[in-house]
Structure formats: structure tokens, C-alpha cells
Design a protein around this ligand. Structure first.
Ligand code: ZN
Length: 136
């Protein structure tokens, strides 16, 4: 793993941005990654104009899952729900700056899954069906 990006992930893990309950949250969704035991609850405060005025998360788990949530919440604050539709699996994986092994992909994507659950009630793993054709 590249040292620079490892430090970046560990920094977000140890000092998560936007961590904790969010008073006045209008959208919330909790999900887990059973493969690793990660948990994320995504909390959004969305205005009448569809803009994410504030976003927090709570959770626990491995460094990749928690750093991914920290980075994601930092990025989406102030955007509209419509703009958030552009945030996809590839985008979240690229944000981490390291190659995520297949075993850890769900760690990295749990925050996006929780965001999609909160924003639109989507409960599928992001992009899984399209990007990972069945083997055999
Ligand atoms: Zn994990």
C-alpha cells in the first residue's frame, strides 16, 4: 500500500469528519457489512431545495469502512441529492487512493450503500450487478 494514501486513510479513521448524531436529520439509513462486521449509519439533513445542508455518520468497523464514510461525508456536504447521483462505486473506490482487494470492496462501499439507502431508499450494493458479472 502506498504510504501517502495509507496515512490519508488512517487519518480519516482516527479523526473521522462529520462523525456523530445529527440533530434534525431528515434522512437516515443504517447498514452493515457482514463480511467484516462494519456498521455505518448515514444521517442527512436535506433542505426543501434538495440540498444536503449537513451530513453525519456513526459506525464502527475497519479503517477502510470508516475512512470511506469520513471522506464521503466531507465530499457530499452542500451538494443536492440530484448531484449525489453521480457518486458511484468507482468514484468512492478512487477516493481512497489505493487498490482495494475484492475481499475489502464492501468495506469501502458500505458508506455509499448507506448514503443511497438514506437518500433514495436503495438497498442494493452499489454497482454490484452491473460491475461484477456472475462467475462461471
Ligand atoms: Zn471492513
Amino acid at each position: 500500500m502506498d504510504d501517502l494514501y495509507r496515512d490519508y486513510i488512517l487519518d480519516h479513521y482516527k479523526n473521522p469528519r462529520n462523525f456523530g448524531e445529527l440533530e434534525g436529520a431528515t434522512h437516515r439509513y443504517h447498514d452493515t457489512n457482514p463480511l467484516c462486521g462494519d456498521e455505518i449509519t448515514m444521517l442527512l439533513q436535506v433542505g426543501e431545495d434538495g440540498r444536503v445542508n449537513d451530513v453525519h455518520f456513526t459506525g464502527r468497523g475497519c479503517a477502510i469502512s470508516q475512512a470511506s464514510a469520513s471522506i464521503l461525508t466531507d465530499e457530499i456536504k452542500g451538494k443536492t441529492l440530484e448531484e449525489l447521483r453521480a457518486v458511484d462505486r468507482e468514484h468512492v473506490l478512487a477516493n481512497l487512493g489505493i487498490t482495494i482487494s475484492p475481499a475489502r470492496v464492501k468495506c469501502a462501499l458500505l458508506s455509499l450503500k448507506a448514503l443511497k439507502g438514506a437518500a433514495w431508499g436503495l438497498t442494493e450494493w452499489p454497482g454490484e450487478a452491473a460491475k461484477e458479472p456472475a462467475k462461471g
